[in-house]
Ligand binder design. Structure first.
Ligand code: HEC
Ligand code: HEC
Ligand code: HEC
Ligand code: HEC
Ligand code: HEC
Ligand code: HEC
Ligand code: HEC
Length: 338
């Protein structure tokens, strides 16, 4: 069922300097230590700490006449593109993503930010074209190195993959704190921490996210994972939509804007690792599908529900699969349902 409700809940990307999350650990040790290990917390890395580039010190890729190389030099990684006698060389500033659906690099050149044209993919453990660049042709050596980001695009990119660094819609390179952080979801956490310490109960209040319903939760996660409306507006169709979980889930018959049993956190711990043991999702399915509740139950199996009803789908160009959140009776060989 699709919601007809407008988006009710918005946290703007929070401005200004985000401190590290270590101050939270004193009082919320579990959330802090679990969250640090997640891909979300590592959605952006400085090159010095980037394991993929440390472990692959000499990556190469050929595209027509252009040859790209990412080479480790001490704590840095340098992107070099050559064509005949022409050469373009630039140090990489940040690595975005952990490589499942790609690790893409960002660099600065002549005052602008660029997204690398090549990305590293864990599947083949090699460079390939960045998904968004498939089907395009570079006209210059700089275009073969990367796509120039307009200032708002650079700010959005960093807004989803890091913590702080964006204010007034502009990116401030020096105040980026790598990775998604507590404030990305919880808002003004520093104010909260200071107020708790000062004993100011009223000022310590943060939005109570556990109280959100499915729609507001999908808006919160959808600020980065994209909302139903954002995808619907683009008119995007086919398996490219599988990476937008809020969109797919909203299209599912199981979705109900008012039923908390289908919110993102009914299946996911926002601070923890993604559960890959499929039976761990059964309880959520059974919270709605059970004979005791006189609702529809499965005649085929009693466990591992998501294995059949949330199939994995190849994301074109990513060398990786995503989980279709449009819960359904999936038939072998049927086309991807839009
Ligand atoms: C000195 C202890 C202390 C520190 C430091 C602290 N908190 Fe809290 N936090 C609390 C207490 C006590 C509560 C419960 C009372 C409340 O909700 O106001 C709380 C509640 C919360 C909640 C739950 C709000 C809700 O209602 O769902 C969140 C989220 C949170 N803190 C995040 C953070 C983050 C992020 C940091 C680090 C920037 C942080 N806290 C630092 C003590 C602390
Ligand atoms: C500030 C942006 C942002 C918000 C808000 C956000 N995410 Fe994410 N999330 C990301 C990014 C970026 C990644 C990809 C990290 C990577 O692979 O490098 C990600 C990855 C994930 C993953 C995959 C982890 C894995 O092991 O592959 C899950 C699950 C997830 N997010 C759940 C959620 C849920 C649930 C919410 C809402 C409560 C949420 N996210 C809100 C940015 C965000
Ligand atoms: C609206 C928020 C948003 C923006 C803007 C955004 N991303 Fe992401 N990105 C995500 C989320 C959420 C994920 C995790 C889900 C997925 O892979 O689609 C992700 C995943 C990725 C991945 C795959 C990570 C992995 O471990 O598989 C890469 C690489 C990536 N983004 C790079 C970028 C770059 C580079 C930019 C900017 C030029 C950018 N993204 C802009 C939200 C965003
Ligand atoms: C991806 C979004 C996201 C990030 C990042 C995030 N949280 Fe949360 N947090 C949530 C959501 C959503 C809830 C409500 C959980 C629910 O629905 O039961 C929550 C709940 C909490 C609570 C209330 C108790 C609980 O566990 O339900 C605390 C405390 C908390 N978060 C602390 C933190 C701290 C500290 C960090 C940083 C280390 C952090 N969170 C990062 C989304 C996030
Ligand atoms: C009914 C359970 C359920 C709900 C509700 C749910 N998910 Fe998932 N999600 C899953 C399962 C199952 C996986 C795949 C786990 C695995 O095998 O790795 C998954 C995987 C993911 C991933 C990793 C990338 C992928 O697609 O495989 C992200 C990101 C994610 N979910 C985000 C969300 C967000 C955001 C919401 C809320 C809009 C949400 N999920 C709601 C069950 C659920
Ligand atoms: C919030 C309650 C809720 C949750 C949680 C839920 N469902 Fe459903 N589901 C429904 C409702 C309501 C329908 C529509 C029933 C009808 O058609 O009468 C439905 C329909 C279905 C259908 C039939 C779809 C079709 O195309 O006819 C399947 C299969 C299904 N659910 C499987 C699951 C699985 C597997 C999970 C866990 C991953 C799950 N559901 C979680 C409420 C839920
Ligand atoms: C081995 C694959 C498989 C597993 C595992 C599985 N299902 Fe199904 N399920 C199916 C198939 C196939 C159908 C369609 C059967 C039919 O047409 O009668 C179905 C039908 C359904 C329906 C629709 C029933 C109706 O009367 O229309 C629901 C709801 C459902 N499953 C929920 C679940 C839940 C909940 C679980 C986990 C407890 C689960 N399924 C596990 C394959 C599976």
């Amino acid at each position: 069922m699709r919601s007809a409700l407008p988006a009710l809940f918005f946290l703007p990307f929070l401005a200004a300097a985000a401190s590290g999350d270590s101050v939270c650990a004193a009082c919320h040790s579990q959330q802090t230590s679990h969250f640090r290990a997640t891909p979300m917390a590592q959605a952006l890395e400085t090159i010095e700490l980037c394991d993929i580039l440390k472990n692959h010190p000499d990556l190469q890729f050929q595209e027509g006449p252009y040859h790209s190389q990412i080479k480790r030099e001490g704590d840095r990684s340098i992107l070099t593109v050559t064509r005949g006698t022409e050469t373009f060389t630039v140090p990489i500033l940040w690595a975005l993503g952990q490589g499942k659906a790609g690790q893409t690099y960002v660099f600065q050149y002549e005052g602008a930010m660029y997204e690398s044209r090549v990305s590293f993919y864990n599947g083949p453990a090699a460079l390939d074209l960045t998904i968004g660049d498939i089907g395009t042709k570079p006209q210059t050596i700089v275009e073969a190195a990367g796509r120039r980001l307009e200032p708002p695009d650079a700010a959005n990119c960093l807004g989803c993959h890091s913590n702080g660094g964006v204010s007034g819609g502009m990116l401030h390179v020096e105040s980026v704190v790598p990775g998604v952080g507590c404030q990305s979801c919880h808002g003004q956490v520093e104010k909260h921490a200071n107020a708790v310490r000062a004993g100011n109960v009223a000022a310590a209040k943060l939005p109570h996210l556990a109280g959100l319903g499915p729609e507001d939760m999908a808006e919160l996660c959808g600020r980065c994972h994209r909302t139903w409306a954002q995808i619907a507006l683009t008119g995007m169709r086919g398996p490219n939509t599988v990476r937008f979980q809020p969109y797919r889930l909203t299209n599912s018959k199981c979705y109900d804007v008012e039923d908390r049993r289908i919110r993102c956190t009914a299946c996911h711990d926002p601070h923890g690792a993604l559960a890959t043991n499929l039976s761990s999702y059964d309880a959520t399915c059974k919270s709605c599908h059970s004979t005791a509740l006189h609702t529809k139950v499965c005649r085929v199996a009693k466990a591992n529900c998501v294995e059949c009803h949330m199939p994995k789908v190849d994301l074109p160009g990513a060398h990786a699969q995503f989980t279709d959140h449009q819960i359904r009776i999936a038939k072998k060989g049927e086309p991807y349902p839009n």
